[in-house]
Design a protein around this ligand. Sequence first.
Ligand code: MG
Length: 254
Amino acid sequence: MITIKSKEEIKILREGGNILALVLNEVSAAAKPGITAIELDALAEKLIRRAGGEPSFKNYKTGGDKPFPASLCVSVNSEIVHGIPSKDKILKEGDIAGLDLGLRHKGLYTDMAITVPVGAVSEEVRCLVEAAKKSLDAGISAVKDGAHIGDIGFAVQQYAELQGFSVVKKLVGHGVGYGVHEEPEIPNYGKLGTGPRLKEGMVLALEPMINKGGDDIILSGDGWTWETKDGSLSVHFEHTVAVTKSGAEVLTMK
Ligand code: MG
């Protein structure tokens, strides 16, 4: 079942999304050469708690997996999503770092990710990051009451592939709000006019994962971190949006 959030709930999600965007902005500014992923995680958790929220990924479990041990996912270079922060994961000049953070605010959940260049990156890498960001924008533009889930994936895929990149197909976006993950699944590929219809009041986490090389992925030995199979770079951007009559309201906004 795809839940519909009330106007009052969307107001709370908007507040939470604003806190989340401000926190992630501050964390991304700290993602400089030499910093460790565990320091970024500690910063994210401190800022969330200071704002009165709770980090929703910490100890999150999917099925029988080990719980996720941190507040922030830090996925570097060929890591796609769910990278576990550690003290040995040290950012260096030229890397890209995907930072994914979830927040619980007044009982409701928002989810956001950005990928930041660490120090100076090559023009090629800058183009990949930009294309992934714009593929999310394309997906958001496809959202409105009466549109289909497949319209979102179509828009994301079309944009990314036209730039010469591939979209990850085995991992998907999702509904969000009452929980960290809700129905529906939101693939980053698809056909126009297919899948469930969007309705005003649905709240969705759109999150394209765009690879420089092929779309095949592997799960690393830590049981959480997804990586590209060919070792190519991967970029992740995510916003939580509410479906409106005429479009989408991005809730994770500064
Ligand atoms: Mg998500």
